[in-house]
Design a protein around this ligand. Structure first.
Ligand SMILES: Cc1ncc(COP(=O)(O)O)c(C=O)c1O
Length: 424
């Protein structure tokens, strides 16, 4: 039975408050850095000593290592995930008058890559369970002007490529995968980024493979597109000072590549830790009578979900009050994303209105991201869920609690997040 508590008096959980941790960060990059500090500093020193700061051997090595890890023939690094999207659309010659179908429930860069080229983003709604673009809505929105589809593998789960691939094929247009949040996610055994025509990835520090600053890369199975991308990222210049096409300056710094090369060998282990954390959250939520309050995300049966974010839906209209309660209790959360792109002020001229994408709008009002990073400890997860239960006054059910064997130290002695600049 659920007894809803008022915010001033939320002490109803059956776990004593003394068993809960004083805070849990949304993300604690310092924990990852602690483990790799010496190797990362050595890698940075090596680049500084070499005097080669842009592209160079570390970038070439990183590209080769990523190609192997993702089992894709071409990896082309660039300056950010946003640039990766821009470069991909440029490689397909997308420009003024063209339409590109994108979800509205995503980070801004998915759509701004389209508008930066003078093309028009056509927003599609999402599936309410996975939060991924709804292929039926994509199909409805194909027109004679559509030049590409950009599905986003949001939160680390691959979009429904079984449904999207034939839609793109029928329309004769490419799929540009926005895989910024989904490195190492798979679909029927193949990595995201190798499923469509081009994949676009981000090395932003909060990503599953994050650098020490901005960075990104593209993947493709197509030789022609790989060639274009390599040209476009260096001002279309080949050979030096001769410009075949108009490109942009979007190269990966050698220091980023060197840092990322230290981290890449750990990515698979970190990804598994995220999966373990997601499964543990599901078990913890099941211990409480919360099903009518919070919808917890399931795993992806058709492939590997890499859990860049663990986003739950707060049923009803209490998401913001819950978030405020968690903030008071020291639990870090984030809203991805509070304003859908079709309702952003800068896109007013595109003519979209509230009500146009009902599932997207509902998700923006109800979802909240909980800590899921690989170094997150079981006791911290227990605190997060107990604090949520506390807000709703939800009982801990005897049978589920009895099954639980998670340790719960009174104080977890470790530094908490210095890395809460979490935007995408
Ligand atoms: C879905 C999505 N697309 C694109 C980007 C842009 O990547 P970047 O920040 O590296 O430019 C991000 C996040 O940053 C993202 O989450």
């Amino acid at each position: 039975m659920i007894r809803r508590s008022t915010d001033a008096n939320v002490t109803e959980t059956t776990l004593p408050a003394s068993d809960l941790l004083p805070s849990v960060p949304l993300l604690a990059l310092d924990r990852q850095y602690d483990a790799l500090r010496d190797q990362i500093r050595e890698a940075i020193n090596r680049v500084c000593d070499s005097g080669r700061f842009v592209l160079g051997p570390d970038v070439a090595e990183l590209e080769a290592e990523l190609a192997k890890a993702l089992d894709v023939p071409h990896v082309i690094s660039c300056a950010s995930g946003s640039d990766a999207l821009l470069l991909a659309l440029m490689a397909f010659g997308i420009g003024a008058g063209d339409e590109v179908i994108v979800p509205s429930y995503t980070f801004f860069a998915t759509a701004s890559a389209v508008t930066r080229l003078g093309a028009v983003p056509i927003f599609a709604d999402i599936d309410p369970t996975t939060y991924l673009v709804d292929p039926r809505d994509v199909e409805r929105k194909i027109s004679t002007r559509t030049r590409a589809i950009v599905p986003v593998h949001l939160f680390g789960r691959t979009a429904d490529m079984d449904a999207l691939t034939p839609i793109a094929a029928r329309a004769g247009i490419p799929i540009v995968e926005d895989a910024a949040q989904s490195i190492l996610s798979t679909w029927h055994g193949r990595c995201s980024g190798s499923l469509g025509d081009v994949g676009c990835f981000s090395f932003y520090p909060t990503k599953n493979l994050g650098g020490a600053g901005d960075g990104g890369f593209l993947t493709t199975t197509r030789d022609d597109i790989a060639k274009s991308l390599k040209l476009l990222r260096v001002h279309g210049m080949e050979p030096r000072y001769y410009h075949e096409v108009i490109g942009i300056n979007s190269r990966l710094d050698s220091i980023q590549a060197a840092v990322l090369r230290v981290k890449l060998p750990h990515l698979d282990t970190w990804t598994t830790a995220r999966q373990v954390n997601a499964a543990r959250y599901r078990d913890l939520f099941a211990e409480y009578d919360l099903a009518s309050r919070v919808a917890v995300p399931g795993d992806e049966p058709r492939g590997r979900h890499v859990w860049n974010q663990f986003v739950v839906r707060v049923l009803g209209d209490e998401r913001d009050a819950l978030r405020a309660h968690l903030a008071k209790r020291g639990v870090g959360t984030e809203i991805y994303y509070p304003v859908p792109l079709h309702l952003q002020k800068c896109f007013t001229h595109l003519g979209w209105a509230k009500g146009d994408l009902p599932e997207t709008e509902r998700a923006a009002e109800q979802t909240i991201a909980l800590p899921i990073f690989p170094e997150l400890e079981a006791a911290e997860q227990r605190t997060v869920v107990a604090r949520i239960a506390e807000f709703f006054g939800a009982e801990r059910t005897e049978t589920a609690a009895a099954k639980s064997a998670l340790p719960m130290p009174h104080v977890l002695r470790r530094a908490v997040g210095k890395a809460d600049d979490v935007r995408c």
